[in-house]
Design a protein around this ligand. Structure first.
Ligand code: DGT
Ligand code: CA
Ligand code: CA
Length: 584
């Protein structure tokens, strides 16, 4: 078990304890421990209890549990609670507006143990009469269930990419396999994935399918034919995807001959909307495109590579991330195709937290981790005071922190460290910190954390307030959505983006798998309008920098190149481009 998995176990423990009615301090101790452990870069494997208890917030009880997790991969207490609290009850936590206390009430007072039972009870009006519920909550519950029913579980890209990569790497070593590639939405790097698709060429399909069936990540075979197999993977040990606990991702494997690999890859990568157009274009040329090849009548014509198929159809090669029938069929030459940004091109990270607010690593540790990753510039952006539960900083603490940063940064000539803040845009459309303080920063991100459900007019007004403030450089996670958990705020996108453009305010793609905010569509819109994007990790620990790859995936789906992404620019160019420096 790694530290992230241990942290997830403690989070789960806290959820279950809370539903079970445990003391609030006890619940908080586990949640705090989870944050602390996430932030420790060194593996805790083999560390003794005596050393563990030296970590702040880790007492005897927690230390023992860490050792138990490390040595057995399990936690007796967690397993007991899982047995006690039905999985269906835990799933109710996914419903918007329903926290552990309400879930416990539904379970204890109405005996509800599944979403299906909850739906029935709510439809009969039996939920509204519970203390603290009411008609409105009942309606919210029904809407929440309807939306969950419709979605099924769609896994975060971050949860399933490691699985498909591992399986592809292992199957590539099976004798007879010459090519192997993920396909479907996971190859297109969509933010959520319904099922995994994998494509291989082999002289002997049976060998590959046998190897998949026996793979350690595979739980069972659902169906098997001569060239196609569907398997169920084991459940994810600590998924980030809401509601994924106990849900098992499924995977389609298809084995095709070499001469069909490109055609099958094109077909099974999709999207369906993209492929409707490629098939039509083939037809217009008197050809027929299917998963076996680009055919003349019944005769196979070509299909070894995707490149030759696109070329034959008179199209430029379309990167998988952009196959959504949005802009790609308008491209005439390869110069029209964006040169998609890569992780290696990122030079800065402009959104991160330290122990001063709710981060788990100190300022110096965050700097060390950023340097180890080769970053050339970072901004320290702890929370502002409105976010009191995250220990947000008031003016006095913030100015003190900036003083400290200015002192520490003198030591480094290989990294620039900016004094910043993640400043809340308050419910009444004012900034959480005075202009006098904001003016002293190097970098300000304006964000909405509270009142996300306000009327669109008011959200628009709040965003405009921040954009029109002369010291705000960037709007962070603009909609505030949490994928699969909480819809984003509604506002007038046209007006807000136009204002960002006019005032020279950058927009963030927050790289956290639950946020990916801006969405691909919104980020593409920003690109089209010439608004610079920054891809930020919003790290709350040194491990947080790992999230960059998911922000890059979202940026690629938006068709962004390094030139569109301000933190891919050399520091001098980045600094000059800030609105505060343009006016001078
Ligand atoms: P997902 O799994 O919901 O995240 O999305 P995809 O895009 O991976 O969809 P999936 O797994 O159903 O199918 C993979 C690709 O195979 C899809 O993007 C296009 C192709 N495909 C699947 N089913 C059909 C179909 O009925 N007709 C056509 N034309 N193509 C299909
Ligand atoms: Ca799929
Ligand atoms: Ca599939």
């Amino acid at each position: 078990m790694n530290n992230i998995e241990i942290a997830a176990s403690f989070d789960q423990l806290a959820d279950l304890l809370e539903i079970d009615g445990a003391n609030a301090f006890r619940v908080r101790a586990y949640r705090n421990a989870a944050r602390t452990i996430e932030g420790i870069a060194e593996s805790l494997a083999g560390v003794q209890i005596a050393q563990l208890t030296e970590i702040p917030g880790i007492g005897d009880d927690l230390a023992k549990k860490i050792v138990e997790l490390m040595t057995t991969g399990q936690l007796t207490m967690l397993e007991e609670l899982k047995a006690k609290v039905p999985a269906g009850v835990v799933q109710m936590l996914l419903l918007p507006g329903i926290g552990p206390k309400k879930v416990a009430q539904l379970h204890k007072e109405l005996g509800i143990t599944s979403l299906a039972q909850l739906k029935q009870a709510a439809e009969l009006g039996g939920v509204a009469s519970l203390k603290g519920f009411g008609k409105k909550t009942e309606q919210t519950i029904l809407e929440g269930i309807a939306s969950l029913d419709q979605q099924g579980v769609r896994f975060y890209l971050a949860d399933v990419v490691p699985l498909v990569q591992q399986i592809a790497a292992d199957l590539s070593k099976v004798p007879g396999v010459s090519q192997i590639s993920p396909a479907g939405s996971v190859r297109r790097l969509k933010e959520t994935i319904g099922d995994l698709d994998l494509l291989a060429t082999s002289e002997d399909a049976n060998l590959v399918m046998d190897a998949l069936a026996a793979h350690p990540l595979v739980e069972s075979v659902i169906a098997r034919g001569p060239t196609k197999q569907r398997v169920r993977l084991k459940s994810l040990s600590n998924p980030m995807t809401p509601g994924a606990q106990g849900h098992k991702p499924e995977m389609d494997l298809r084995v095709v001959p070499e001469k069909s690999f490109g055609a099958a890859l094109q077909y099974f990568t999709g999207s369906k909307e993209h492929n409707v157009v490629t098939r039509r274009l083939a037809k217009e040329k008197g050809l027929m495109l299917n998963e076996y090849g680009l055919n003349k009548g019944e005769e196979y014509y070509l299909g070894r590579t995707e490149e030759e198929i696109y070329a034959e159809l008179g199209l430029v090669f379309v990167p998988p991330e952009l196959r959504e029938n949005r802009e790609e069929f308008g491209w005439k030459t390869s110069a029209d195709v964006p040169k998609l940004i890569t992780e290696g091109e990122i030079l800065g990270d402009l959104h991160m937290h330290t122990t001063e607010s709710d981060g788990t690593a100190s300022l110096e540790d965050m700097i060390a981790a950023a340097r180890a990753r080769g970053l050339k510039y970072i901004a320290i952006t702890d929370h502002s005071k409105r976010v009191f539960m995250a220990n947000g900083l008031n003016e006095e603490r913030l100015l003190k922190q900036w003083e400290e940063i200015r002192r520490i940064r003198e030591k480094y000539d290989d990294i620039k460290i900016l004094c910043g803040v993640e400043c809340d845009i308050l419910e009444n459309a004012t900034m959480d910190l005075s202009d006098e303080v904001l003016a002293q920063a190097d970098w300000i991100i304006g964000v909405i954390h509270f009142g996300l459900k306000q009327a669109p007019d008011l959200i628009t007004k709040r965003l405009l307030t921040a954009i029109e403030n002369p010291y705000v450089d960037c709007i962070g996670h603009m909609t505030g959505r949490l994928i699969g958990k909480r819809p984003g705020a509604q506002f007038d996108v046209e007006t807000v983006f136009a204002a960002a453009k006019e005032h020279g305010v950058m927009l963030e793609i927050n790289a956290h798998p639950a946020r990916l905010d801006l969405s691909d569509v919104h980020a593409a819109k920003a690109r089209a309008m010439g608004i610079p994007i920054v891809i930020n990790t919003d790290s709350h620990s040194t491990y947080g920098f790992e999230m960059l790859q998911w922000g890059i995936a979202q940026a690629r789906r938006a068709g962004l190149s390094a030139e569109n992404v301000a933190n891919a620019w050399e520091f001098e160019k980045f600094e000059k481009s800030l609105r505060r420096n343009q006016k001078k």
